[in-house]
Design a binder for this molecule. Structure first.
Ligand code: NAD
Length: 328
């Protein structure tokens, strides 16, 4: 491809990705599979890396998620809720490990490995231990205020075990059984079906009427801290233990490793075990455990440099979802 053709291909990819982002994040109604989407994004990132002169700040490779819906109040995140960069194979994980070690030479590195829950990222704010507000990730900086819908989640405590002021992050999801129940009910009523549990969870949380969310047994796992007042924590693993102590639901399936080879082995174990889980995961998240090293490495416009999402290979053949409607 000559320069002109490369530029054209980049523009075409951006246009298509923007359309798919809109369908996925705003309408909760994807028309291609995540696997197909990931391939397009990978191609765009690779072309931009090879030809940085074509990178623009508004490229989808530089942005998080989608625009917040207008009919919700907007919430500005004190600290942005970012996306994660992706790894698709072992080599990508070795590259990640190399980048981490180059950034902090001579440091011992521990990696926390967690399941990547396929749901919707949210931020919860507790003031003096009381749940006061919850928001979607939105475009990373501005999210939607979905407090009333979040209050319908049984596993989300309205009061913590300590009167702390904290902003926590997590993933709201729909268990597989609940997804099947809802779709079976919709089929019976002749309503269009949800594409997958992720889109069903997103569609349920972004309803103006909290009764709809309440009828669906949404669940939540918390996996991070945005800000916390008056508590000193030095690592992500300590942070997760602290969230558990507060009475928040943290996934037990997590493990700390001191080398990338063991991380890769653990990822392989879960690649085989994941169909047995009662909820969907689309990969594993690998995070540098030390907050000091996290801060040293910092973030890009789109994702932290100290974490990576390993994406599982697509489970089933590529499907076009055009017959499936996700709105309620
Ligand atoms: P992502 O899903 O690849 O990774 C970031 C997200 O992972 C976080 O925001 C968080 O919500 C989630 N997560 C789950 N478990 C976590 C854990 N333990 N720790 C930290 N984070 C955890 O990135 P994204 O920007 O949210 O979405 C991009 C993905 O969405 C793509 O990979 C694509 O598959 C899908 N997508 C699909 C379409 C489509 O048309 N099919 C369109 C847009 C996006």
């Amino acid at each position: 491809m000559d320069k002109q053709q490369i530029k054209q291909r980049i523009e075409e990819l951006r246009k298509n990705i923007e359309k798919y982002n809109y369908e996925y994040y705003v309408l909760d109604r994807p028309t291609i599979s995540d696997y197909q989407f990931d391939l397009l994004m990978k191609e765009l990132i690779e072309l931009e890396e090879k030809h940085p002169e074509f990178i623009t700040p508004d490229s989808p490779s530089q942005k998080v998620g989608g625009e917040p819906l207008d009919h919700f109040d907007k919430v500005e995140h004190q600290i942005p809720l970012l996306s994660l960069s992706n790894a698709f194979n072992e080599n990508d994980l070795y590259d990640f490990d190399r980048r981490v070690r180059q950034a902090v030479p001579g440091h011992d590195i521990n990696y926390m490995v967690e399941l990547k829950i396929d749901g919707l990222a949210v931020s919860l704010r507790y003031e003096n231990g009381i749940f006061v507000r919850g928001a979607t990730r939105g475009d990373g900086v501005i999210g939607e205020d979905i407090t009333q819908n979040l209050k319908t989640i049984r596993s989300l405590p309205l009061r913590l075990k300590e009167p702390v002021t904290i902003e926590v992050r997590g993933e709201v999801f729909l268990p597989k059984k609940e997804f099947e129940r809802i779709n079976a009910q919709r089929k019976e009523k002749g309503e269009q079906l949800f594409a997958n549990p992720r889109n069903a969870a997103a569609g349920s949380l972004r309803q103006l009427d909290p009764k709809i969310a309440a009828e669906r047994a949404l669940d939540i796992f918390l996996y991070g801290i945005g800000t916390v007042e008056g508590i000193e924590l030095s690592s992500h693993s300590e942070g997760l233990n602290y969230l558990e102590k507060l009475g928040l639901k943290v996934n037990k399936e997590r493990h700390l490793f001191d080398n990338i080879e063991d991380v890769i082995e653990y990822v392989k174990v879960w690649t085989d075990k994941r169909p047995n889980l009662p909820y969907e995961i689309d990969g594993m998240v690998i995070k540098v455990d030390s907050y000091e090293i996290q801060n040293k490495m910092g973030v890009t416009a789109k994702s932290p440099r100290w974490a990576i999402a390993y994406k599982f290979p697509a489970e089933e053949a590529i499907t076009i979802l055009e017959d499936i409607e996700v709105n309620v």
